[in-house]
Design a protein around this ligand. Structure first.
Ligand code: GAL
Length: 401
């Protein structure tokens, strides 16, 4: 009898804890992560300066929130097994850094690995999950990216579940970012474990192509876009497909950066900037802070876009939006400008997975160009535009009352 009521209390406590972790990512998380631009070269001054820049650049104002330190912040474990930050790079400790980030109205993210070592060769969390989760809670961590290097024969779902339970037990609400590169179909089991899951291997700062690193490759924007076409039904509020952190501002052309950002918004992807936001040029800043595009990504319906039309050298992605609206992204995959002509009546948008349909011959829509920031008439007329090489035109269609 006593045992049964004890189990009941435990069950109830677990349900309460699980509820604390719900609704932390009703829209795709937005923030900054150190890895794409700085790799292992991280230290507390950099992270403080990035937090400052997040505010002064206007990124915080448009919704970027998490400042995330990726790999290589770790030092050794102490005699009791508690992880310590690298004392040379983080001499003031992680609690002080978290306090600083919080004082700016931002949130603090950190990185670990389900294996015994991180990809960068620092201590991983395997066997120390509950201790690490407690430590993060003590420091004030709000977001954990959890990687998959050196996991040997571990079962992916089980390993991520262990860390999730450790985070629950530690009691501080944490956005949990599953990073096992899509190897074990995390979209099939990630929903109850984390808030987002990487769908592919690492992104590279190129638009079209791949970069070899010996035993593995990193991928261009178009390769990542094409790699996982049939998993949009798994995404939604609090559980997102993550095509990786952005490379906007890391060396692609302005057109390519604009296309990359737009596609991530159409995919309802987490918007985690990966450039040096302390020193970005005004064009990069404008791309990352385009409010109308961000509103597409953060739309309340939380529907990941679909490929709607494929022509010879251009294609259109569509994303159903709240209030009967629709976002369309016209993508030019080629290195030549392309002319686009579209008779709306011929091409209704049908989203069979989420049951949305847009018949332009039955209903008229107002058109807004989200990069030109201009209204362009309605769907009653033929749509014509030119798309520059490796660029996009993004429209928002709203029903005419
Ligand atoms: C990779 C991960 C990257 C980055 C890197 C750090 O596995 O996909 O985003 O976190 O490890 O070593």
């Amino acid at each position: 009898m006593l045992k049964r009521s004890f189990l009941g209390v435990l069950f109830f406590a677990n349900v309460l804890m699980a509820q604390k972790f719900e609704k932390l990512a009703l829209t795709p998380p937005m923030g900054w992560n150190s890895w794409n631009n700085f790799g292992c070269d991280v230290n507390e001054q950099l992270i403080r300066d990035v937090a400052d820049a997040m505010v002064s650049s206007g990124m915080k104002e448009v919704g970027y929130q998490y400042v995330i330190i990726d790999d290589c912040w770790q030092g050794e474990r102490d005699d009791l097994g508690f992880i310590q930050p690298d004392p040379e790079r983080f001499p003031s400790g992680m609690k002080a850094l978290a306090d600083y980030i919080h004082s700016k109205g931002l949130k603090f993210g950190i990185y670990s690995d389900a294996g015994w070592q991180t990809c960068g060769g620092r201590p991983g969390s395997r066997g120390y999950e509950y201790q690490d989760a407690l430590t993060y809670a003590k420091w004030g961590v709000d977001y954990l990216k959890y990687d998959w290097c050196n996991t040997e024969e571990l079962n992916a779902k089980g390993a991520y579940l262990t860390m999730r339970n450790a985070l629950y037990a530690a009691g501080r609400p944490v956005v949990f970012s599953i990073c096992e590169w899509g190897n074990n179909q995390p979209w099939e089991w990630g929903r109850d474990i984390g808030h987002l899951w990487r769908t592919t291997g690492d992104i590279a700062p190129i638009f079209d192509g791949e970069v070899g690193h010996g035993s593995w490759n990193s991928w261009g924007v178009l390769q990542i876009l094409d790699m996982r076409e049939n998993i949009r039904q798994y995404a939604g509020p609090d559980h997102w497909n993550d095509p990786d952190m952005m490379e906007v501002g890391n060396g692609m052309t302005v057109n390519q950066d604009r296309a990359h950002f737009s596609l991530w918004c159409l995919l309802a992807a987490p918007l985690i900037a990966g450039n040096d936001i302390r020193n970005m040029n005004p064009v990069t800043r404008e791309i990352l802070t385009n409010k109308e595009l961000i509103a597409v990504d953060q739309d309340a319906l939380g529907i990941q876009g679909l490929k709607y039309l494929v022509k010879d050298n251009w294609e259109v992605w569509a994303k159903p939006l709240d209030k009967g609206a629709l976002a369309l992204c016209f993508l030019n995959r080629t290195l030549q400008p392309v002319e686009v002509k579209l008779d709306w009546n011929e091409f209704p948008v049908k989203d069979d997975e989420f049951h949305y349909q847009y018949f332009f011959n039955e209903k008229e829509y107002k058109i807004r160009d989200l990069w030109a920031k201009k209204d362009l008439g309605t769907t009653a007329k033929l749509f014509m535009t030119q798309i520059a090489a490796h660029d996009v035109v993004v429209l928002k269609l709203s029903p005419v009352k």
